[in-house]
Design a protein around this ligand. Sequence first.
Ligand SMILES: [Zn+2]
Length: 518
Amino acid sequence: MKYRFLNIAAALLTLLTGIVTCAARTGDFPIRAFHLDFRTEVMTLDAMKRLVDRISEQGINTLVMEWEAAFPFDKHATLSNASAFTREEVISFVDYCSGRGVEVIPLQNCFGHCEYILQHERYRALREDPKDPSQVCPLKIAEATACFSELFAEVASLHPSKYFHIGADETYLLGLCGNCRAVADREGKSRLFVDYVKAMCDIVHRLGKTPVIWADIILKYPEALDELPDDLIFVDWNYGWEPDRFGKLANLFSRGVKLWGAPALRSGPDNIYLTQWKKHFDNLAVFVEYAREHDYGGMIETSWSTSGTYGYWFDNGYEILSMQPVRLVYPMSAFRILEAACCEAFVTDAPFEPEAFVRRYARTELGLDDAGAGVLWRYFSMPQETVTVSDSGAKDASGRDLHEVIDECVRMRDELARLKPRKGAEEAAHYLLMLDIRINYLRFKAVEARYQSASFDRSGIPELMSGLKTLLAETRTLDRRFARLNGGYLKAREIEYMNTMRSVKMKLLYERLTNNTR
Ligand SMILES: [Zn+2]
């Protein structure tokens, strides 16, 4: 709590300083938003309200809600999944947010990332590619307008916000179908993108709202940019890369379009086995500063529960039996420190300094001394990279040998385990669990490296099975810790799913080896 008072004091000081000096910095962003993505890891209503309590006290005034299939669709009830909320729950949540000064902007995809819609037979005629339910064909404007007019109206009816986010990012299939290819060859992919987005913006306008889109595709294909509506807001998402990754931002700056920015609290390659903490802290430090310099009107801290891409179980004719998200990440329950970091970076008109922030947070929120704060900073600074196994062994993305990576994690784990936080014990327990999950996973990679090596033969099976037995016993303990720490935070079925998926590969290998010892 003391930390929050400090923040408020800092914000007041900033405000006063700004008034007195009329500095060039623009101060607070009018829109200071947090994002919840419910493709997977659907939270309980109670956990959502606690999150809103925390972030609203720290200066956040907007929440971007990507309900996806957790929204209680009515006419389109085909879309609502087994974790969906009721209408009453959504209404009560939006009211709750409003009571705390937080406006809820819905994010309803209508172009790319439409898997949860296009997987169903009811909507498959809209697919750009019959084999891939990720994207709508932008030439099917009439059919898409009929469908999304109803979907947008359903979603808008429960969200009084004047803004309506329609997604439109990562439309990687642009120009794929024969009809689209002909248009793309003749007039360019920008034409396909802009004509379709204009039609979707028309629906938003008919609902009396202001449309918002992600900026990546128009940056990549800017030729028809001027035809997009004047009130459209573009969100420049940057999770830690050079500003012009998707295309020249100058194309947007020079036209004076309305821009918001979006860093990320969880993004690729984060998964349940690794979290690139340092990258996310640095992302806030660098990109928020960039956004201030370029007068962005708002900031959204995104938090992705998955990559938004899927693996499918198909039947005949690409009928989809089931889809599995690529990459599950650790739930938001463990990310309070990045929540607070984002609030500080968005609200406080001074450059965000990750190490100073973490050390301060360690003292005020976890009750650690200076030495403990140092351990916490080392934990967040420790590289966490993906690991690949090949027939010549296992290495992480920076080329380090797997055993070196495991040793480093174990040393860090022991240091973390010795910390004695005077408060925030649950938060510290999440950090420890995340590292234990990583170590269990890395040791499994060592087993896999042996299994995938050119010298592996049947004689090696007993040794691998013995190693796997120990690791599988560990996963059962990890499952229980995960369920205990996330109980009440995630919906129960989500916890079960995550525990299952986390060790599915290990269990399958164990079964395979068991069969082949006969
Ligand atoms: Zn098409």
